[in-house]
Design a protein around this ligand. Sequence first.
Ligand code: FAI
Length: 516
Amino acid sequence: MSDRTPIRRALLGVYDKTGVEELARGLAAAGVELVSTGATARRIADAGVPVTPVEKVTGFPECLDGRVKTLHPAVHAGILADRRKAEHSKQLEELGIAPFDLVVVNLYPFTETVASGAAPDECVEQIDIGGPAMVRAAAKNHPSVAVVVDPARYGDVLAAVQAGGFTLAERQRLAAAAFRHTASYDIAVASWMGSVLAPDDETGFPTWVGASWERADVLRYGENPHQRAALYRGLTPGLAHAEQLHGKAMSYNNYIDTDAAWRAAHDHNDPCVAIIKHANPCGIAVGADVASAHRKAHACDPVSAFGGVIATNREVDLTMAEQIAEVFTEVVVAPSFTADALAVLQGKKNIRLLRLPTVAAPAVELRPVGGGLLLQAVDRVDAPGDDPTTWTLVAGEPLDAAELDNLVFAWRSVRAVKSNAILLAHDKATVGVGMGQVNRVDSARLAVARAGDRAAGAVAASDAFFPFADGLQVLLDAGVRAVVQPGGSVRDAEVIEAAAAAGVPMYLTGTRHFAH
Ligand SMILES: NC(=O)c1ncn([C@@H]2O[C@H](COP(=O)(O)O)[C@@H](O)[C@H]2O)c1NC=O
């Protein structure tokens, strides 16, 4: 036996009126009686489709600037009657209320109003009350009623009407989508109230955090092939919203590395290229153009750059594309690609190309820990100590403008390096990066080993203070010509003395850039 419920009477009240005339026309042509709210009813009537204004059903005028239009038993009993129960149908008859089989509603644009910078009163006015009430009622009563909250589903509605109504499974799916819609809506309202309108305290962190994520993709696997994984998309812009222009599906590790690469490239204002492997840079460089930045970044560690992820903060041009095409590369992410660059890269079967416009970094980042979540302000290279005019020279002679620029490049780049970061740079390009160690001496050794001959004359940045002079000594012995580090160790005097003894300028920033 079919579990379709025929659609004879529909209630329509939509803020986003996209496609509503076509829907109404199709429903009316199939003999469905239409009831609708103020502006929606006018739009339908203007399209020449017969429609009953909801006031005719409620016997009550829309009032209080639209705050009350559908909040009435004649509407809600019509939606909530469980047609499987004879008693409900009997009660409706006694009350003179006709049931609804279909509810089509979308809500006031609360999020968009907040995003527009509107005043609090205007935001509050855009908190839809009657809409969610109808949506939730219809979704609860999905055994009898179909609910649609997305204009993209109107085609399905018209097909279902022709087929004799939605099946129970379809109504269940529509109901689940409807509850997701109202839940996300309420999360947006509660978040705004708790962090903008009426924060509970002065910490800057709300006492409650709600989030709404839409599944964007099911990935082939997670960090390892035996782990299942999926990508979810939130409301803030970023990698999860990037447009893939070419190549195989992104993997879990591709996402992790691409996110790190994107961030590293955007820590610089000049044309910059960052090449990332295992979420760490194997090359970062700035240049007059992206192609020269890419050549310099690649030269840092060509062995590791094999199979890397490349990000740039500018358009990829033909020259850069031709260079990339020479090396096996997993992903290239950029704000844009010139047509000829795209053509070259699309000739490579295994490369993934992502277009992601440059957007402001999010203010906070979340990291799950067992049973909870850490929230922190995102580390950007814009703290007071990131401005070289605030640096303190504690050893050696001041650098000339060009070398200081080089040191600033090293400092801006070291933020992207994880766990005891030591970064050597020359000509605004990394030449040796030490990372992922549990002590700073080993990171220094690694950076020097990777730099080889290039360590002599390079400048060095350390993401955090040297706890002892030993790590610094490794750099001094290798011949670095300047060092920047936060300072703040109890043994700073010892460390500074080592730099002074070697005649190497040392600048203290007072700001640390740990990344784990
Ligand atoms: N107050 C109510 O009873 C009420 N009933 C429905 N709405 C909303 O009003 C909008 C449709 O109204 P109109 O057809 O006038 O544009 C929809 O977004 C719907 O969710 C209401 N508005 C706000 O709560």
